[in-house]
Design a protein around this ligand. Structure first.
Ligand SMILES: *[C@@H]1O[C@H](CO)[C@@H](O)[C@H](O)[C@H]1NC(C)=O
Ligand SMILES: *[C@@H]1O[C@H](CO)[C@@H](O)[C@H](O)[C@H]1NC(C)=O
Ligand SMILES: *[C@@H]1O[C@H](CO)[C@@H](O)[C@H](O)[C@H]1NC(C)=O
Ligand SMILES: *[C@@H]1O[C@H](CO)[C@@H](O)[C@H](O)[C@H]1NC(C)=O
Ligand SMILES: *[C@@H]1O[C@H](CO)[C@@H](O)[C@H](O)[C@H]1NC(C)=O
Ligand SMILES: *[C@@H]1O[C@H](CO)[C@@H](O)[C@H](O)[C@H]1NC(C)=O
Length: 471
């Protein structure tokens, strides 16, 4: 009897010690077990993997981490030789926001595009005409409370509705928004239902028009394959990666266009409710799409999503270490950043937007390709837009010259070659400042057959367009 007890005791001890010793292995097996059933993280090209999807329209909304998303798309475009639709000069770095997008706002050197991501007010029909027919539409929303606080701080000196408020007080604005807000003003979209406005909706529809709100949510749902949520950015990126069959490397990022913590205010109790009431259309959009994001995530499996987020964060840390020598690069004010290509635009003296610098002693050890990646990772949107326009214009000119040389062979007068990037459009396109007259066709085939770039050419691009950088 006592022998049996001793025997059992010994067995128990050995089992525990075996488990302890094999702990690492046990953990490893558990990990492997947990990974079963999760989609794999292999890199392209691999047999059996769907090719990466390259045609993407990202509606960049304001103050929603969309600059970070735009940077991801810019880098993806560069590394895959894709064309990004970019604004013509008079539009600034936005497609003449807040005016509704027309393809006439797009620089002809960047047509036909694979990707569009600069700020615009959404116009479904116009984008459908410009983009390839298999384009995937994506956008991003942010929780209305923190978003409005951010808008109020960022545009406090640009938006008339905010400038009228005594003492710059968010509380005072929300106490009587109608007193300061003027719907008809050029910049009023920063002061009410900004997301709805960016998505092409009617920001001033009264909250009691329930039918409109529901219909608008349904429209957005129908148009966009993925609506990301800023508060769940990494999880949204996981969905994006699956939707587009991209690799983990394609979604690495550094947070861009952030305010200094001293520019941020925390919301006092009750303020969030007031913001939601004032921006009720945005609040409904947010609630609907946050719920649908989490539904999509549970279809993927929350454990698999968590694992992928972990992989993403680990890969990001490795990248930071190679670019900056540390896992979390120091945030610097614009004045502290030595490389002027990396200085973020500052909205006002009251709000500081921080950025990054690349330490020389680290980047010297990298190849020029690696250095370029590090630089682009932290390049603010204004500078990156300029860099891209210049490189795409060069490519456009090269391919145009190439075609012209080919055309100057015998029979060129009878053979109608397909233009490389629609040079007819280029020539028939009026200068952006002039109001084009669609009736004054040249009689060439381009006028009878509408082409990208001439559609919607009735819009004028004038100095009215807002030139305020925004994210
Ligand atoms: C088990 O594995 C996870 C993930 O790889 C790791 O974070 C954790 O530290 C491991 N635990 C032990 C006890 O080794
Ligand atoms: C992009 O173009 C460059 C030069 O034209 C070429 O070397 C590279 O392989 C291309 N990359 C891809 C992904 O097509
Ligand atoms: C997209 O356009 C291509 C040619 O431009 C056509 O062959 C294809 O059928 C179209 N696909 C859809 C889904 O409309
Ligand atoms: C403005 O702010 C100052 C200090 O924050 C405060 O003392 C003053 O009462 C405020 N004025 C109004 C009109 O709210
Ligand atoms: C989004 O929805 C999820 C799931 O319902 C919830 O846990 C989360 O708190 C929501 N996020 C925000 C910012 O409201
Ligand atoms: C680079 O220089 C900074 C100070 O200028 C120093 O703190 C850092 O350790 C250096 N990093 C490397 C990898 O030499």
């Amino acid at each position: 009897m006592s022998l049996k007890k001793i025997f059992l005791f010994i067995v128990a001890i050995s089992t525990v010690s075996l488990l302890l010793h094999q702990g690492g292995h046990w953990n490893w097996s558990m990990q492997a077990f947990k990974d079963i059933g999760c989609p794999s993280l292999r890199s392209h090209p691999a047999p059996g993997l769907k090719p990466k999807h390259t045609n993407v329209a990202f509606l960049k909304t304001h103050k929603t981490a969309s600059s970070t998303m735009q940077n991801i798309l810019f880098r993806f475009a560069e590394s895959n030789n894709l064309t990004v639709a970019l604004p013509v000069m008079p539009c600034g770095h936005q497609f003449c926001y807040p005016r509704t997008f027309v393809s006439h706002f797009v620089h002809h050197h960047t047509l036909p595009p694979n990707i569009v991501t600069n700020h615009m007010r959404f116009n479904k029909a116009e984008l459908r005409r410009m983009m390839p027919n298999d384009t995937i539409y994506i956008t991003i929303l942010r929780e209305p409370g923190s978003m409005f606080e951010s808008l109020f701080g960022y545009y406090t000196q640009y938006c008339q509705s905010f400038k009228r408020v005594p003492n710059n007080s968010l509380e005072a604005f929300l106490e009587e928004p109608e007193r300061y807000y003027r719907a008809a003003e050029q910049d009023s979209m920063y002061a009410r239902n900004t997301l709805t406005f960016d998505l092409g909706g009617d920001k001033d529809r009264p909250a009691k028009d329930v039918e409109y709100a529901q219909e608008f949510v349904a429209q957005v749902e129908h148009m966009f394959s993925l609506v990301m949520i800023s508060e769940h950015f990494d999880e949204s990126l996981v969905l994006l990666r699956h939707l587009l069959s991209w690799d983990l490397e394609d979604i690495l990022y550094v947070k861009l266009n952030m305010r200094t913590s001293s520019s941020k205010r925390s919301l006092t109790p009750g303020l969030s409710e007031k913001i939601r009431a004032w921006n009720s259309l945005d609040a409904q959009l947010y609630d609907h799409f946050n719920a649908s994001l989490w539904r999509q995530l549970s279809v993927l499996g929350l454990a698999c999503v968590a694992r992928e987020v972990l992989h993403l964060q680990q890969a990001q840390e490795r990248l930071m270490k190679s670019c900056f020598g540390v896992q979390t690069p120091l945030l610097r004010s614009a004045g502290q950043i030595k490389n002027k290509d990396l200085r973020p635009w500052q909205p006002s003296g009251k709000v500081g937007i921080v950025g990054y610098d690349l330490p020389n002693n680290v980047s010297q050890r990298l190849s020029s390709q690696e250095q370029d990646l590090c630089l682009k990772l932290v390049m603010p949107e204004l500078q990156y837009t300029k860099v891209l326009l210049s490189s795409q214009s060069q490519r456009y000119r090269r391919s145009y010259q190439h075609r012209t040389t080919q055309l100057s062979r015998p029979f060129h007068q009878t053979v109608r070659a397909t233009p490389p990037r629609n040079p007819q459009v280029q020539r028939s396109q009026p200068p952006p400042n002039a109001a084009p007259n669609p009736a004054s066709g040249t009689g060439s085939t381009t006028t009878s057959k509408p082409a990208v770039g001439t559609q919607g050419a009735t819009a004028k691009i004038g100095p009215k367009s807002s030139q305020t950088p925004a994210s």
